[in-house]
Design a protein around this ligand. Structure first.
Ligand code: GLA
Length: 386
């Protein structure tokens, strides 16, 4: 199985802190990435998602300071971000916009911030659809909350982190990633109703592993295509007189089928059916029926490929390579799509054999190397003893 590297991320963050700031960090913050099992492109339609926080995270080693300045060193790619609060400006390293965006968003929400210095490291693959950016945002929010003594209100903090990404970084993401990075529960996936933000933990059945399959591709078109999909979904809802596609049924769509454009109809059909699949998958996992959950994941991939059109040849190839293995119960692309990762539900027993088979199959179909991670469901963001 592919491992994060020679030194674990918390050690890299703490070592970089000692090297760059001198002395010992006072706090260590962990905020996990996530993998979404099912319920894709539903969060911004007020629908259902079923993600889990993973055992890969952004880590920050930090120490409060009297001065109202924030200085952050990036242990993994080098570079330093330095800014004064409360007047925050754009500019500096690209990763720094996530840090400043969270500071800005916390201030916008009425919080008074305090200064700190720290170092960040992580082992969430970047740009792979595993929410490395949400992990960083949530880690920064957790750090600010600790340093300034702010109450750690999960829903409010998830919205603040999402706003940083929407309005400071300029990525129109939904609430799923930040919410699961904060609300993750060890050993459980989370069924999230993205309208009410009600979160229900869903235990993962024994004997089944969640395996992330990284195609190694990263697609630049994702941001504009994501925005386009959001608009198409809104158009469909508006046309049907609904507040969002959450309130639309397949029957409503059938009735409107000749009036909607063929593309809009397919986009809406994906979202409406995916909401139902996410709920059914949560029920299936609750009763220990991983076979049914796997079938729903397969159907989700088909819908994302045909109706929502967010797959890619590499994602299709890695999903096919995974499904050709006898231990695979289901596989689908995860996250926004266009590149990045797929997720598979796999019977435990010979996970190494599964990984080898997927690597070989994917290589023969694409000439590319896959990275494969077995992921445990992790707890959400927390302060960890140094
Ligand atoms: C990205 C966004 C999420 C969600 C997914 C698609 O990961 O950040 O909010 O919309 O795409 O399900």
């Amino acid at each position: 199985m592919d491992s994060p590297g020679p030194r674990a991320a918390p050690d890299r963050a703490a070592d970089a802190f000692r090297a760059q700031c001198g002395g010992e960090p006072a706090l260590l913050v962990r905020a996990p990435g996530r993998v979404n099992l099912i319920g894709e492109h539903t969060d911004y339609n007020e629908g259902f998602v079923l993600p889990m926080a993973i055992d890969r995270a952004a880590w920050i080693a930090l120490r409060p300071r009297v001065e109202r300045r924030v200085t952050v060193h990036a242990a993994d790619f080098g570079g330093t971000l330095d800014f004064a609060i409360p007047t925050i400006e754009k500019g500096g390293p690209a990763w720094g916009e996530y840090v400043k965006g969270v500071a800005w968003s916390l201030i916008e929400a009425g919080h008074t911030l305090a200064g700190w210095e720290g170092a960040v490291a992580g082992d969430v693959p970047i740009g792979a659809g595993l929410s490395s950016s949400a992990a960083l945002e949530v880690a920064v929010a957790r750090g600010f909350a600790a340093v300034a003594g702010l109450a750690w209100e999960p829903l409010a903090m998830a919205r603040i982190a999402q706003r940083a990404e929407n309005d400071w970084v300029g990525v129109p993401c939904g609430i799923m990633d930040q919410l699961v990075s904060i609300g993750g529960v060890a050993g459980q996936a989370l069924l999230i109703d993205c309208r009410t933000l009600e979160i229900s933990p869903v235990p993962l059945p024994a004997g089944v592993a969640v395996v992330v399959l990284d195609t190694g591709t990263r697609r630049g078109v994702a941001a504009s295509a994501y925005q386009e999909r959001r608009e198409q979904c809104q158009q469909a809802a508006r046309f049907l007189g609904a507040a969002s596609l959450r309130d639309v049924t397949l029957r409503d769509l059938a009735r409107a089928s000749t009036a909607l454009s063929e593309t809009t109809l397919r986009r809406a059909r994906h979202v409406v059916a995916e909401n139902e699949r996410a709920r059914l998958a949560a029920e299936a996992l609750r009763r220990g029926d991983a076979i049914e959950a796997g079938l729903l994941m397969n159907a989700s991939h088909a819908s994302l490929k045909e109706d929502f059109e967010v797959s890619s040849p590499e994602l299709d190839a890695i999903v096919a390579a995974s499904r050709s293995r006898p231990d695979c119960l289901g596989a689908r692309l995860t996250g926004a799509g266009f590149g990045g990762c797929a997720v598979a539900l796999v019977r435990e027993g010979d996970l190494e054999g599964f990984a080898t088979g997927v690597r070989e199959g994917y290589r023969s179909m694409t000439g590319r190397e896959a990275r494969i991670y077995v992921c445990a469901a992790a707890a959400g963001a927390e302060l960890v003893p140094v």
